[in-house]
Design a protein around this ligand. Structure first.
Ligand code: ZN
Length: 153
């Protein structure tokens, strides 16, 4: 079988410092496809990476620890699409006030953020309530691959 690097999904180029309202729309739409039969906590996430948009939903499992968050599934879709530079994130839930990404996802997002102070994270719900942070605010003094000895990288 022929193998080729997948090309990223087309999306508009954008500055990482501007709000990304279309990411919010994508996250809200993705949320409708969440697989959350156990918690009924439906989450949609949209990430802008390397100028392109990717979405994910939470996917739960009867063996609860195997469940995967929407943010991590969106990151996986981006990496699969060849995008590894995180620029902005939107997360949609039903929570009021809108729920922030969990600690594990904050660390996964950090892996792809060149400058976490420039990565805008917006939490939104269907009522249009929003909360905004930078990744640096949600995960200060973060751990990165720079902490690891060079031999392990
Ligand atoms: Zn999470």
């Amino acid at each position: 079988m022929k193998s080729a690097k997948p090309s990223p999904i087309k999306a508009r180029e954008r500055s990482s410092t501007k709000p990304a309202p279309e990411l919010e729309v994508l996250a809200l739409e993705a949320r409708k496809h969440a697989y959350a039969p156990y918690s009924r906590f439906h989450v949609g996430a949209a990430v802008q990476m390397s100028g392109h948009s990717f979405t994910g939903v939470n996917v739960e499992n009867a063996s609860y620890p195997l469940s995967v968050c929407a943010e991590r599934n969106a990151i996986a879709a981006a990496v699969m699409g060849g995008a590894v530079n995180l620029e902005a994130v939107a997360v949609a839930t039903d929570a009021s006030p809108p729920a922030a990404p969990c600690g594990g996802c904050r660390q996964v997002l950090r892996e792809f953020a060149a400058d976490p102070a420039k990565v805008q994270i917006t939490a939104i719900n269907p009522k249009g309530e929003r909360r905004r942070w930078t990744l640096a605010q949600l995960l200060p003094d973060s751990f990165t691959g720079k902490e690891l000895p060079k031999a392990t990288r």
